[in-house]
Design a protein around this ligand. Structure first.
Ligand SMILES: CC(C)(COP(=O)(O)OP(=O)(O)OC[C@H]1O[C@@H](n2cnc3c(N)ncnc32)[C@H](O)[C@@H]1OP(=O)(O)O)[C@@H](O)C(=O)NCCC(=O)NCCS
Length: 183
């Protein structure tokens, strides 16, 4: 069995659960790792390392886990963290259409575990919690060059409803705003 077949086979063993305080260090490392793998496509420059080391810290992760306005779910295989999804229930959307609706703020799967359904499992669980809370829609932002994520969300019923920009170290990066209806 090759590696991706083996991982696909083990996808049935994926456990999705709410993050706990004891997950803080694993989550911090996962977020740093996935962010760099996704965005530092030409290598690491100071802009990136400064952002990663200031944004993805254990303290900020702990705040997120304790925040009643956030949902943080993790995906585990054999007690190893392989992905996470973070939802912000209270934040302003740059597009009026989805004002007062929650943001899928983070959806990260370790590269080795992508393409076998873990992202969809995390997303489905997060959206189902939002439906239970009676939200009518959810939104997110995606870097306009992140084609894999744009394709993934489009395939899973999100549509582009606007653009916004993400600022890092004085530079602006165009992001698409996408939304999904929760029926
Ligand atoms: C975008 C991302 C979250 C998607 O997660 P994922 O786990 O790879 O997604 P899935 O496996 O559920 O779906 C991806 C593809 O695998 C396919 N797939 C799903 N289950 C599968 C299985 N058992 N076997 C083979 N393929 C499968 C899906 O059909 C989908 O196919 P497509 O590429 O033709 O659309 C993930 O690639 C990621 O974390 N990327 C880096 C961070 C990032 O960009 N996050 C989004 C920022 S906004």
């Amino acid at each position: 069995m090759n590696m991706s077949a083996e991982i696909a086979d083990r996808k049935t063993e994926v456990l999705i659960r709410a993050a706990e305080i004891s997950d803080v260090n694993n989550l911090t490392v996962l977020k740093q790792q996935v962010w760099i793998a996704t965005y530092a496509v030409e290598g690491i420059r100071t802009e990136f390392s400064t952002y990663v080391l200031s944004e993805f810290t254990s303290d900020k992760l702990l705040e997120t886990i304790l925040d009643k306005n956030k949902i943080l779910l993790i995906a585990e295989i054999d007690n190893h963290l392989v992905g996470c999804v973070e939802v912000n229930l209270r934040c302003d959307c740059p597009v009026d259409l989805v004002q007062d609706q929650p943001e899928i703020a983070v959806l990260y799967v370790l590269e080795r575990y992508t393409g076998v359904g873990i992202g969809l499992k995390l997303l489905t669980e997060a959206l189902s919690e939002l439906k239970e809370k009676d939200f009518k829609a959810a939104w997110l932002t995606v870097y306009h060059k992140n084609e894999r994520a744009l394709k993934f969300y489009t395939k899973n019923n999100f549509r582009i409803v606007g653009i916004t920009s993400f600022e890092m170290d004085g530079n602006q990066y165009e992001n698409k705003v996408m939304m999904v209806d929760l029926k």
